[in-house]
Structures are given as C-alpha cells and as structure tokens.
Design a protein around this ligand. Structure first.
Ligand code: ZLM
Ligand code: CA
Ligand code: ZN
Length: 388
C-alpha cells in the first residue's frame, strides 16, 4: 500500500499466528498477547508484509520442546488445570501464581511461540533468510523445569540450540528491561554462546533479582563457560544517548573477542519510556538503533520480542524495528496511516500520532557518566578472557 518493495537479495522471514494473540493471562495481568495484534496492524497498514516472507507459526513438537525442557515439566504444563478466578495458589514448577497463571489454551500458546522461534532459527541456519523475526517469542525467564516471570517455555534457548546445530558460536543479546536469566542459565557452562543482558538491576528490588556486573559465568576457571555471561546493570531513567552508546560499545567488543556466527537479539519493549513495568527513558529511536546496529554487522540475525507492557508503545517499537529489518525505515511516513486497524489506541497520544513518538513520563536519570564508563571498563577486562 505504501509502495514498500522487497529489497533485492535480502530476505526477512516473519513468523506470526493470530491464534497466539487471542490468549489471555487474566484480568489486568500486564502481559497482553493482544499487543501482537496491535503491532501486526501497524506492520500491515504500512504494507511491510509485502516485503517479507511471511509464515504462520505452528506448534513446536514434543521432541523439539524436550531439547531444553524436562519431560515431567512438559507433562504438567500440558495438563495443568485452569485455576478458579481468585485462586492464586502456586502449583509445582511455579505454575498458577499471579505471575505465571494457568489460563485457557496455555500449552497451545507456549508451543506456538516456541514453534515460531524454532522455525525462524532454521530459516537462518539453512541460509533461507538474512533476518528472521518472531515478535511472539523472547520469553527469556523460563527454565528447564520451571515457569518464571510470565514465561513458560524458553523459545530463545530452543532457537539457539537450532542455530548451534549448524554454527559454532552464537551471541545472545537481551535489551528487555529485565535480566535474561533463563537464557544465561541454560548456556552457563558453554563457551559456544556468549550471553549479554542489559537490564535494570537493584538487588532484590527488581525482578528477577540477578544480573549484577560481577555475574560473569561459572567461577571455576576450568569451566568452558567462565567469563561467557555479560551483565550490564542499569539504574532508573537511562536515556537513548547512554543506552545506545553502551550497546554499541559492548556489542562491538563482544564481536571482536567472540566472533559469533549468528546473533539472537531479544527486543523486549519494556525498556522503553512509559512502560507499565519498566523504569528506563529509552525512546523508539534508541531501541531501534540497537536493532539497526546488529543488522549492520551482516551476521544472520534472529529478532524475538519479550516484555513490553504499554501496548501502543510495544507496537510502535516492533513495527519500527520490522522496517529496519526490511530496510524501509527511512521511507515510512512518520504519521501512522489512517487505515490502521485499532488506530484509536494511538490517538491517545496526539491527534496525528507518529510511529516513533511515545508518551513517557521523564524519569530522573540515575546513571552517571562515571558509572556507565566503569561498566564498560569492567566488561573490557572480562572480555580479555574470552577468545574465539
Ligand atoms: N507479584 N496482575 C517480566 C516478569 C516480571 C514477583 C511481585 C505479582 C508483576 C506484576 C500479575 C493482575 C519479561 C515479581 C509481583 C503481583 C511476586 C512482576 C497479575 C502486576 C500484576 O496486576 C497484576 C492481578 C501481575 C504481575 C504486576 N510481576 C510486575 N513485575 C515480576 C515478573 C517478564 O518482561 O522479562 C519477559 C516477558 N514478578 O516481581 C513478585 C515477585 C508476584
Ligand atoms: Ca535484559
Ligand atoms: Zn521484561
């Protein structure tokens, strides 16, 4: 519609399924799969689907899920009964509490977002795509046998395992406002995956309570995973300038020392200003600059979603980032098209809402220039111990 054409010799594969978007975590739960519908409505109203290979996500098979998750956990997840409205009692495997409720269709929901990430990874591994996108994935807290923080199945771990079948090393980058603990833990003892998470860290006061700068991997020197976990603990109110500088500097250093064969980027949109759960002042431009930087490195790139609890901002960020993946970001009309379904959700901001401008109360920036420099210095020291 907007005249977006597929760039020659460049393939973006896009994995989605409306069935995923219809699931509900429960009344007023912050995680709303419906934000994917809103993102898709923007992506399609700009005509971006015409410039990508689009695939309908399928459910991951039992065998695929067992690549990471334990059989007993998967059995329980599949058969767990939906709780009564105000029963928040936690069942085994951390299921059924208020963070990880058991809702209608839970196992289908999990299997589908995982199937999408697995398919996306295979497109990259088979060199059938340059960038693969699954905005329904990115559920980085899920453990081998435990649900955690709105995540039940770890699609990222499953996708990385697919890539590792064909490629020697994978760099995992996580810009969700929360620490990517589940992915870090899964590859804790591996030197084939370097994990890097940027997040708010305030001891036990912010979920999941891990991810300090000195959490660099197993402490026994003989362990191959030693030094292969990078954590960037940030304070409230970080702005685009500091965030993007940290991102480019640290990712640049990782590339030099680790020489990954592919990058998996978790694009959690709760690091944006104005997020219901987040604490940062990152704008759509800054968030997108991280995706653009990864694209510029020319490695196979898997983009997955993650957190993001102010739906209109999530939709803006992921639509903008889809346009970066395609390479049509510069040609998009900044004003959101009138024919966009659910456009009223964006009108909440201004009469002529734009793709990049988000509403977010400015939080005081608690990150000093010295702190930011000290973080880079410490990670530089750490990376001297990493050699491809
Ligand atoms: N209480 N309802 C990020 C995962 C963050 C653990 C404190 C629950 C909430 C939150 C749930 C409707 C990702 C914790 C919180 C209240 C124990 C978290 C249901 C509001 C509600 O209104 C809510 C009744 C709920 C949950 C807030 N939970 C905010 N923060 C975190 C998990 C996931 O973005 O990284 C990736 C997708 N949980 O802080 C408590 C300790 C449960
Ligand atoms: Ca993170
Ligand atoms: Zn998050």
């Amino acid at each position: 519609r907007n005249g977006i054409t597929r760039p020659k010799g460049w393939t973006v594969s896009w994995h989605s399924n409306p069935a995923i978007e219809k699931h509900h975590f429960g009344h007023s739960h912050p995680m709303k799969p419906w934000r994917l519908t809103l993102s898709k409505s923007l992506i399609m109203s700009y005509g971006m689907h015409a410039a990508m290979d689009t695939y309908e996500s399928r459910v991951a098979t039992r065998e695929e899920l067992e690549d990471f998750h334990s059989e007993d956990y998967l059995d329980f997840l599949k058969t767990a009964k939906v709780a009564l409205p105000d029963d928040t009692e936690v069942m085994p495997y951390n299921l059924g509490g208020s963070d990880c409720p058991v809702f209608d269709g839970l196992f289908t929901y999990c299997s589908m977002y995982a199937g999408a990430s697995i398919d996306a990874a295979r497109k990259l591994a088979n060199e059938e795509a340059d960038i693969a996108v699954n905005w329904s994935g990115g559920l980085h807290h899920a453990k081998k046998a435990e649900a955690s923080g709105f995540c039940y199945v770890n699609d990222i771990v499953l996708a990385i395992l697919q890539l590792l079948r064909k490629m020697p090393r994978v760099l995992y980058i996580d810009i969700d406002v929360h620490h990517g603990d589940g992915v870090e833990e899964a590859f804790w003892s591996s030197d084939r995956v370097l994990t890097l998470s940027m997040h708010k860290y305030d001891g036990m006061n912010f979920f999941p309570g891990t991810g300090d700068l000195d959490r660099t991997g197993p402490i026994d020197e003989g362990n191959p995973g030693a030094h292969h976990a990078i954590n960037v603990p940030l304070l409230d109110g970080i702005d685009d300038e500091q965030y993007v500088w940290l991102f480019k500097t640290i990712v640049g250093m990782c590339l030099e020392q680790f020489r990954p064969s592919a990058i998996v980027l978790q694009c959690g949109a709760d690091s944006l200003a104005g997020d219901r759960l987040g604490r940062f002042n990152v704008q759509v431009q800054g968030h997108g600059a991280c995706i653009a930087f990864c694209k510029s490195l020319g490695l196979p790139l898997l983009l997955v979603g993650g957190g993001g609890y102010t739906p209109r901002n999530v939709a803006r960020a992921w639509a903008h980032e889809t346009s970066i993946a395609i390479g049509c970001d510069a040609t998009l009309d900044p004003i959101i098209p009138d024919h966009t379904p659910f456009k009223e959700y964006f009108r909440y901001d201004t009469i002529f809402p734009t793709l990049e401008q988000i509403l977010g109360d400015p939080r005081p920036n608690r990150n000093s220039a010295k702190r930011v420099n000290d973080i880079v210095q410490s990670i530089r020291e750490q990376l001297r111990m990493v050699n491809f």
